[in-house]
Write a protein that binds this ligand. Structure first.
Ligand SMILES: Cc1ncc(COP(=O)(O)O)c(C=O)c1O
Length: 425
């Protein structure tokens, strides 16, 4: 009986697993000699450089854009908070209560965004899922940019609202859809990002604001990759364009990137935030953020405001990276030179082996393939830090140029040897 039950479980899991269908590709990668680049264990905090297995690497795989992680002020604040509050909030804030760092962080973020209020969730992904999932319903429509992050898609799906995807960053296409469909729905929201995480480009926010007003929609901007990055003092896309913060209904961002913690937030009107605090399942039915993380994020936000030179350094080195890559003939797609710059290779196998060649040279960067990006646009995605130097950039991009023919040769050799087995992606 027990055996039968076990078989049933295994069989159903195998069925689920086959849906992912990457098993054969993983097997082929192994045969071709590709090491698994995922889940690498770092010996210390991963910054502009990192150490893995005792060896130092130039690191382009971490979001610590402003080089704040391990800052002594953060470490001190966290140590003091741990002594006073421990490491856990213990329960949902609704029932278990709050600690001063929760309130301080939410107040500081609302002030930073110059809006009335803020709600902090324990996860950035859950912030989008739970906020969209809770606020919208069957009679509503969610207009999503074609490259919107998975968390935004999942939230839209959970809500049961009609999902309408517009071509990435194409406001003309969005306007056509709004003109055609907006009247069919009760509430509607336009969802975009401040800086797109796979392409490193910026949406036309002033135009999106104009459209949201004309078609009576709400607007959510996910600033995961633009907070601390865009604008003269790192205040994000609103500073970049000089727009009124109140023209956006929900300013969302994660706390895991520039603010080097974990979690996410929505900055909005007091009414909306209160509605989320009493209803949004990812807040109500989930434990509160550990007070030590709230402390870390508040201190990071303070550093961002007191040390704008970090933002300037990041902006300088990102532009340097973009120009250097272009000057070497590399394809950086639509990247605008702010913290995220892809180098588009096209073929997934070549991209994977290129990342491996770079790793051998002491450079860590992640290959990104389908389904994370469109087929045929596999890329190396570089997350740039304020602490990267021009020498890091030059060494890396020169190694990319040298590595491409080597990676192509590995793939071509395997293809010639195993024409029946080889599946191109
Ligand atoms: C645009 C965007 N939104 C939301 C998230 C989710 O944030 P977190 O990783 O902090 O959960 C990410 C994560 O990379 C992201 O890139």
């Amino acid at each position: 009986m027990e055996n039968h039950e076990q078989q049933k479980t295994t069989a159903s899991f195998n069925h689920m697993r086959s849906k992912l269908s990457f098993g054969p590709m993983v097997e082929m990668a192994r045969e071709m000699g590709m090491e698994n680049p995922l889940f690498r264990c770092h010996d210390r905090a991963a910054k502009a450089t990192t150490v893995i297995g005792g060896r130092e690497y130039i690191n382009f795989a971490t979001y610590d854009y402003l080089d704040i992680n391990t800052h002594p002020k953060i470490t001190q604040a966290v140590t003091e908070a741990a002594t006073l509050y421990g490491t856990s909030a213990g329960a949902s804030r609704l029932v278990g209560g709050e600690r001063p760092p929760h309130r301080q962080l939410e107040r500081a973020l609302a002030d930073f965004y110059q809006v009335e209020d803020c709600i902090v969730y324990v996860s950035g992904h859950a912030t989008n899922v739970s906020t969209l999932g809770f606020l919208f319903g069957k009679r509503d429509a969610i207009f999503l940019d074609g490259l919107a992050h998975n968390s935004l898609l999942q939230g839209a799906r959970l809500s049961g609202a009609t999902r309408i995807t517009y071509t990435h960053n194409d406001c003309e296409a969005l306007e056509k859809l709004l003109a055609e469909k907006r009247d069919d729905f009760r509430h509607a929201i336009i969802v975009t990002e401040g800086l797109f995480s796979m392409d490193g480009n910026i949406p036309d926010l002033p135009r999106l604001i104009e459209l949201k007003k004309r078609y009576n929609c709400m607007l959510l901007v996910d600033e995961a990759h633009s907070l601390g990055i865009l604008g003269a003092t790192g205040r994000g896309i609103r500073e970049y364009f000089g727009i009124d913060p109140k023209d956006v209904d929900m300013w969302m961002s994660t706390l895991s990137k520039t603010l080097c913690g974990c979690g996410g937030f929505i900055c909005a009107s007091h009414e909306l935030v209160e509605f989320l605090k009493y209803g949004s399942p990812g807040f109500v039915y989930s434990v509160g953020m550990p007070p030590i993380i709230a402390c870390a994020c508040s201190t990071a936000l303070d550093l961002l405001q007191k040390e704008p030179e970090r933002v300037h350094k990041l902006q300088h080195i990102s532009q340097y990276f973009l120009q250097y890559a272009k000057s070497r003939g590399l394809d950086t797609g639509d990247a605008q030179g702010y913290a995220v710059v892809p180098v588009i290779i096209g073929n997934s196998w070549v991209t994977g082996f290129l990342a491996q060649e770079l790793y051998k040279e002491g450079i860590l960067v992640m290959p990104i393939s389908f389904p994370a990006v469109k087929e045929g646009t596999a890329r190396l995605r570089f997350f740039i830090s304020a602490a990267h130097t021009e020498a890091h950039v030059a060494k890396t991009l020169d190694a990319v140029i040298d590595g491409i023919p080597k990676a192509e040769a590995i793939v071509a050799q395997y293809k010639a040897k195993h024409p029946d087995k080889f599946r191109d992606i």
